[in-house]
Design a protein around this ligand. Structure first.
Ligand SMILES: Cc1cc2nc3c(=O)[nH]c(=O)nc-3n(C[C@H](O)[C@H](O)[C@H](O)COP(=O)(O)OP(=O)(O)OC[C@H]3O[C@@H](n4cnc5c(N)ncnc54)[C@H](O)[C@@H]3O)c2cc1C
Length: 469
């Protein structure tokens, strides 16, 4: 029997799971690699086994899809067609003459190197949250909306007693309802999108009755928990000395400015804030894959322009878990066929392709509704910290732009150190781009994770294809 071709799937969220299951079912040998200790990604993040959660589904949507993916993954693992590597933090994928080597770091301190050889790679690394700065955003008690959600789903814990959920984007809805259901008093949901933005796109948004029903479900739950929803508003300041004590909220005018009108001060000990999501493109970029704006560019089969590299899910554009599953399915089937030397027949994934078209159109409509306030940079005072790692303020960035002539994020970085710290600009680059007035560019980073010098100095890591690593 000829050996099955080997596909490495990086990311075990909805996209990576769907891709793994599809590729394994169609003749590939798959290694599914993720930095987390459990499969599921952001959407299907699972509580730690030790917590023995009795009803984990209570915090989730579309649990049936998770059960289907989880069970199919389990069957393939038992059959030996899939190997699952958890706690593997991939820092680089190396292109070689005979395929690829996926380099990862293991262990608590992420210092132990491991390498995985594969004939092809499928990137399903998802996205990350964008948080735009405002005065007080570095106070303890201010967390990202997704972070609050991840803590709730992963540890069944909440970060405070009284929360404000703020920013923009559909993620705020499950965060606010999830916190309220967990017993937190949600004092307000502050969404910068104005009611007219929803009305303007009403036709496109109602084209997906399932999503309309989901939205209505959130509205009912918010009402049940007496959560005040402020559309067309923004948090202009977080207050506190040692930690967060209150936020000030202002209404936005038609131009997206926090107007001079009355401002409300809302006492709270937690602010869960997020301004949308951005695709994770590091690994794709270091492989030389072409980007389309901030996302990895793919064709109808989810292939990147680098031979042997597929991408699926939120790294190809933010669109939600259902879209990630559809893209993952197509990518997995395409990769399995191409690795066998066959030309795949798209009729085999017609249903997924149809879903992908519909869901991408819906995501594009959502994108035009949910956007940070047009003049959000005006909220950044000169003493607001913009780059948390290097403690660079809004005033320092403005000086680099106004007095020293910086016209892009990279020059600001060289002049101020903004973006040079641990996160390598992942947090601050959108804010710096806004202050400079240039388009956000994910920026090329050679490594997706910080790598100890000792690992870089070692001989190339040896493949761990046989046996667990
Ligand atoms: C913090 C957060 C919370 C969210 N909460 C919700 C929610 O409550 N409701 C909702 O509808 N949508 C939510 N979303 C959006 C939703 O998660 C996505 O639509 C969906 O999960 C996308 O699936 P995906 O497979 O593309 O990516 P993900 O689910 O993000 O999966 C990507 C996987 O790749 C892994 N990974 C990434 N980089 C590496 C690397 N270098 N090495 C190893 N592994 C890596 C990650 O650990 C992760 O498991 C959230 C997103 C985020 C970022």
């Amino acid at each position: 029997m000829t050996e099955r071709p080997h596909l490495a799937v990086i990311g075990a969220g909805p996209a990576g799971l769907a891709a793994t299951v599809a590729a394994a079912a169609h003749g590939a040998r798959v290694t599914l690699i993720d930095s987390a200790t459990e499969a599921g990604g952001q959407f299907y993040r699972q509580p730690a086994a030790a917590l023995r959660a009795r009803r984990p589904q209570a915090l989730h949507h579309d649990w049936r899809t998770w059960e289907r993916l989880r069970d199919a993954l389990g069957s393939h693992v038992r059959a030996g067609t899939v190997r699952q590597l958890t706690d593997h933090h991939v820092w680089c994928v190396e292109r070689r003459a005979d395929g690829f080597t996926v380099h990862a770091l293991l262990g608590r301190n992420q210092e132990e190197p491991a390498g995985e050889r594969a004939d092809a790679v499928l990137l399903a690394t998802g996205g990350y949250e964008r948080v735009l700065p405002f005065p007080g955003w570095t106070l303890p008690g201010v967390v990202t909306a997704g972070g609050a959600q991840a803590m709730l789903k992963g540890t069944l814990a909440v970060s405070g007693r009284t929360a404000v959920v703020a920013g923009t984007g559909p993620l705020l809805l499950p965060v606010a309802t999830g916190l309220a259901a967990a017993g937190v008093e949600v004092a307000a949901l502050v969404e910068s999108a104005a009611p007219r933005a929803f009305l303007r796109r009403a036709a496109a948004l109602s084209a997906r009755p399932g999503k309309t029903a989901e939205g209505a479900g959130y509205a009912v739950r918010l009402a049940r928990h007496s959560v005040r929803t402020l559309l067309g508003h923004t948090v202009v300041e977080a207050h506190g000395t040692e930690r967060l004590e209150a936020v000030t909220v202002a209404a936005l005018d038609r131009d997206g400015r926090a107007g001079p009108g009355p401002r409300r001060r809302i006492p709270c000990d937690t602010l869960a804030v997020g301004h949308g999501m951005l695709p994770h493109t590091d690994l794709a970029e270091s492989l030389g894959c072409r980007l389309d704006g901030p996302r990895v560019q793919v064709d109808d089969e989810q292939r990147t322009d680098v031979v042997g590299v597929w991408a699926a899910g939120e790294n190809t554009g933010i669109g939600g878990a259902a879209l990630a599953v559809a893209e993952g399915h197509i990518a997995g089937r395409s990769a399995a066929a191409r690795l066998r030397g066959a030309v795949p027949d798209p009729r085999g994934w017609a249903a997924a392709a149809k879903a992908r078209t519909r869901l991408r159109a819906f995501a594009a409509a959502l994108d035009t509704v949910y956007a940070p306030p047009a003049h959000w940079t005006e909220q950044i005072t000169d003493d607001t910290v913009v780059c948390r790692c290097e403690e660079v303020t809004g005033g320092a960035v403005r000086e680099a732009v106004g007095n020293l002539g910086a016209g892009d994020v990279r020059t600001v970085k060289l002049l101020t150190r903004a973006g040079m710290g641990w996160c390598q600009g992942r947090m601050c680059a959108p804010a710096v781009a806004g202050l400079v007035g240039c388009a956000f560019d994910p920026g090329r980073r050679p490594f997706a994770r910080p790598v100890p010098l000792g690992v870089l100095a070692q001989e190339p890591a040896h493949p761990t294809e046989e046996g667990p690593s």
